[in-house]
Design a protein around this ligand. Structure first.
Ligand SMILES: NC(=O)c1ccc[n+]([C@@H]2O[C@H](COP(=O)([O-])OP(=O)(O)OC[C@H]3O[C@@H](n4cnc5c(N)ncnc54)[C@H](O)[C@@H]3O)[C@@H](O)[C@H]2O)c1
Length: 440
């Protein structure tokens, strides 16, 4: 089948590459000439493990190409996917649909034969119908259908998630569109991955409900962690004991510095807004958004405690700035709250991240970037573990503590424990939802 993919970001590029690996002929389109030039040279504009080799393989096989020209991409395509950004609209929390609607208009102008217009971007309930109206208005002659196909991949594990999904969700209005979608996902269907075929509104809702639920789970354990610190319980033990219950499950139960990233913050806000617009308030989601902000602020208090009440004049080494490991994505990362608080409070901040420097340099002014965590810790007063990259999971803590002026650690991902820190010679250690210590 021939597919056009609009948007070559974290979702569009991975989807396009994976569809071509299914055997389809895929043309990926983006408005950003720099991205298309890089892709044409065989370079991947984002960091996603395994994507470069899969891309090269499918370009080589002649199934995958890149262009700035939507008309060329859409020519002869049975489906055109919209995978553009839907960031938070300034001021009101609603998902900004400017890019989706612009893409719909462009499709209307470029298409001449029957095509299924598939929205992969995360969009509020009702958007697919709006896309349909927009296209029908711009090109009343065009024979087309719309389909909703929200994406559930996780950055850092995106290829595996796309190739071996828990489920694929497809919202359609008729059999003709359902057949095209079934053809596209046939390789997954043959391998018995579940495909949920439903109506447009349910498909759109599934995506928001799933993300809001996961954000709630993380926020719940973060709130339990705060209580654990007060009552002397260990949140790692609590999560383990809770997660073994099959009704609860052990995923998304790791206490940390608050959720961030390209999806949870904006999707929870958009869901809250959808609820308000329909006079059906999403009270749990609204509470989650509020509590998550408090969690991030609580992290700053933890660091302040370890620094004796002021960051002024302190040297702080921050390990990890991306919102999670194995991505270079910094969108809404906790680092964007925590690092400016350190810099603003007068600390000298050194940051170290295996893939985050490029994005981070623009977003975190006043930070000194150092590749090696041991060098970053040299003469520092505080070590902060902010993202649990594998590179930071097995550090020689003794070597680090010996290099530091005042060896104190804020382990905001619970990678180490009090015993590790004491043995290594740290004079203070704080983590999440567990007892820490501070020696005078
Ligand atoms: N990033 C994730 O982990 C993830 C996971 C699931 C769903 N989603 C959803 O997928 C959508 C895309 O997210 P993303 O992270 O890939 O975004 P992104 O910002 O990384 O990529 C969007 C791309 O679309 C391009 N673009 C915008 N308008 C265009 C147009 N008219 N024509 C051609 N290209 C255009 C931009 O230049 C950009 O390269 C969002 O709705 C997001 O919520 C993201």
């Amino acid at each position: 089948m021939k597919i056009a993919m609009i948007g070559t970001g974290y979702v569009g590029l991975v989807s396009g590459v994976c569809f071509s690996d299914f055997g389809h002929e895929v043309v990926c389109v983006d408005k950003d000439p720099k991205k298309i030039e890089m892709l044409e040279r065989g370079e991947v504009p984002i960091y996603e493990p395994g994507l470069d080799s899969l891309l090269a393989k499918n370009v080589e096989a002649g199934r995958l190409s890149f262009t700035l020209d939507l008309k060329e991409a859409i020519d002869g395509a049975e489906a055109v996917f919209i995978a553009v950004g839907t960031p938070t609209r300034r001021g009101d929390g609603h998902a900004d649909l400017t890019y989706v609607m612009a893409a719909a208009e462009e499709i209307a102008r470029a298409a001449s034969d029957y095509v299924v217009v598939v929205t992969k971007s995360t969009v509020p309930v009702g958007t697919n119908r709006q896309v349909k109206q927009t296209i029908a208005k711009a090109n009343p002659e065009l024979d087309f259908d719309v389909a909703s196909n929200p994406e559930f991949l996780r950055e850092g594990a995106a290829i595996d998630d796309f190739m071996k999904p828990d489920r694929v969700v497809v919202g359609v209005q008729n059999d003709r569109a359902a057949e095209v979608m079934a053809g596209i996902y046939r390789p997954l269907y043959l391998r018995e991955f579940p495909i949920v075929t439903t109506d447009l509104e349910s498909a759109e809702m599934i995506k928001y409900a799933a993300n809001a639920f996961l954000a709630t789970k993380i926020t719940f354990i973060n709130e339990i962690a705060a209580l654990c610190e007060k009552v002397g319980a260990d949140v790692k033990q609590v999560s383990k004991g809770m997660g073994m219950d099959g009704r609860i499950g052990n995923k998304f139960l790791h206490a940390g510095p608050g959720y961030g990233g390209s999806c949870f913050p904006k999707d929870t806000k958009a869901l809250a807004r959808i609820g308000q617009e329909h006079a059906s308030p999403m009270q749990i989601t609204e509470a989650v958004i509020k509590v998550n902000e408090e969690v991030k602020r609580r992290m700053i208090d933890k660091l302040l405690d370890l620094c004796g009440g002021s960051f002024n004049g302190k040297t702080v080494a921050v390990l990890g700035v991306t919102f999670k490991p194995n991505t270079d994505d910094m969108r809404d990362a906790p680092a964007l709250t925590i690092v400016p608080a350190l810099v603003g409070g007068g600390a000298k901040v050194r940051a170290c991240d295996p893939q985050g420097q490029h994005e981070g340099e623009a977003l975190l002014p006043g930070v000194n970037w150092i590749e090696d965590p041991y060098k970053a810790a040299q003469n520092a007063d505080l070590l902060v573990i902010l993202t649990e990259w594998n590179e930071f999971r097995a550090l020689d803590l003794k070597k680090i503590a010996n290099k530091m002026t005042d060896p104190k650690m804020a382990d905001l991902r619970n990678v180490y424990n009090v015993k590790d820190a004491k043995r290594a010679g740290f004079t203070g250690y704080e983590s999440i939802g567990r007892e820490g210590y501070a020696q005078d």
